[in-house]
Design a protein around this ligand. Structure first.
Ligand SMILES: [Zn+2]
Length: 366
């Protein structure tokens, strides 16, 4: 159901954006005397497109939330849910304003070559976002507390030594206010770097050993600099994406014209959808790598399997999704692959299997 909702949501977004593109000239004419200048008109058009796609997608969002509530994935009320949506919308509006204003400014200065300068600027924006995300963005949605001095805190320290990484900040997020699903993640870079556990992971449903496996997995992400590598991939994928936007708008006279901003957004969405399979495949490789390092650090494949099973159960995940959903949506290897890897570790077959690289794609786990 969530997969069908995702597909439907994408179609709604593409459809609404296409409508705005169709009416862009008229909308720009109406907006331009009301806002200041070329950049102002373009930003206003972009925000209009954002509001239109958000409003059009709202019924699907409400349905999805009711679905989550019905199956016990969320206990959040509708008003609080709407509040979250409003904060997300504000945040997206801010980022969109920066991106569109920047692109229009560069297009005014550099003409058709604007995207060559926009690419490094976008990457810098991405790095800045990852750095401030845990201290500026996340607190808008959750409260954070340092992980209390428990068995788990000592285990995190021990595993850090084992894996060879030191994380100063280990925090607990009050994720239970909107989900019952358990998780943990790494966020931030440099001074803002941290490991965060959902409080839903610490409510007694997971064993201490399973939590150790989870902690080891997150520490492995830190040790392998997966956030930095993810940003490098973002830089690589942003180039052809921006080139597509530049090519499409240049055919209509170039992005100096603010009326082409909706078309630029539509092309950007297409570029995101086209590069999504690559980004997901990269993510799955890093997840498999973190799983493997965690197995070596804990030497406890049984708890690793227990963790995977319990994640699937508490998050109502599909252990074996269909291929298209895996390609478009799966940032993590399917549960059955993660279990297969833990079993391979347990049996030691990876030591004899020829040409099996533990950091490779999870699909080649024997
Ligand atoms: Zn992970």
């Amino acid at each position: 159901m969530t997969r069908a909702l995702w597909a439907l949501g994408v179609l709604v977004q593409l459809g609404v954006l296409a409508l705005v593109v169709w009416q862009a000239r008229r909308l720009a004419g109406w907006l331009s005397p009301r806002v200041r200048g070329r950049v102002g008109t373009g930003v206003a058009l972009a925000l209009l497109a954002l509001v239109a796609t958000t409003v059009a997608g709202l019924p699907l969002g409400v349905f999805r939330h009711s679905w989550n509530r019905r199956y016990g994935l969320s206990e959040q009320g509708y008003l609080a849910w709407l509040g979250d949506r409003a904060i997300s919308l504000g945040l997206t509006a801010l980022l969109l304003t920066i991106a569109v204003a920047g692109a229009l400014f560069l297009a005014g200065r550099l003409g058709s070559r604007w995207w060559v300068a926009a690419a490094p600027a976008l990457v810098a924006l991405g790095v800045g976002y990852v750095v401030i995300q845990p201290v500026v963005v996340q607190p808008l949605f959750n409260r954070f507390e340092p992980l209390p001095d428990t068995e788990l805190a000592r285990e995190v320290e021990r595993l850090g030594d084992e894996i060879g990484v030191r994380v100063e900040s280990v925090q607990v997020a009050d994720a239970s206010r909107r989900t019952t699903a358990a998780n943990a993640y790494v966020a931030g870079l440099g001074p803002t770097r941290r490991v965060v556990f959902y409080d839903t992971a610490l409510d007694g449903r997971f064993t201490d050993d399973e939590l150790a496996s989870l902690a080891a997995h997150e520490l492995a992400h830190v040790e392998r600099n997966h956030l930095w590598k993810g940003l490098a991939w973002f830089a690589l994928l942003a180039l052809p994406g921006l080139a597509l936007v530049a090519w499409g708008t240049e055919r209509r006279g170039g992005l100096r014209d603010p009326a082409l901003v909706p078309l630029a957004l539509l092309l950007a969405l297409v570029a995101i959808l086209l590069t999504q399979p690559v980004a997901n495949a990269v993510s799955r490789v890093y997840e498999a790598e973190a799983d493997w390092i965690a197995l070596e650090a804990t030497d406890d494949p049984k708890s690793s399997i227990g963790l995977t099973v319990r994640f699937s159960l508490t998050g109502l995940g599909v252990p074996d999704p269909p291929a298209w959903a895996r390609i478009m949506l799966s940032t993590h290897p399917p549960g059955i692959n993660r279990i297969a890897m833990a079993e391979a570790y347990a049996s030691g077959s990876w030591q004899t299997a020829s040409r099996f690289t533990p950091s490779g794609s999870s699909t080649n786990a024997p």
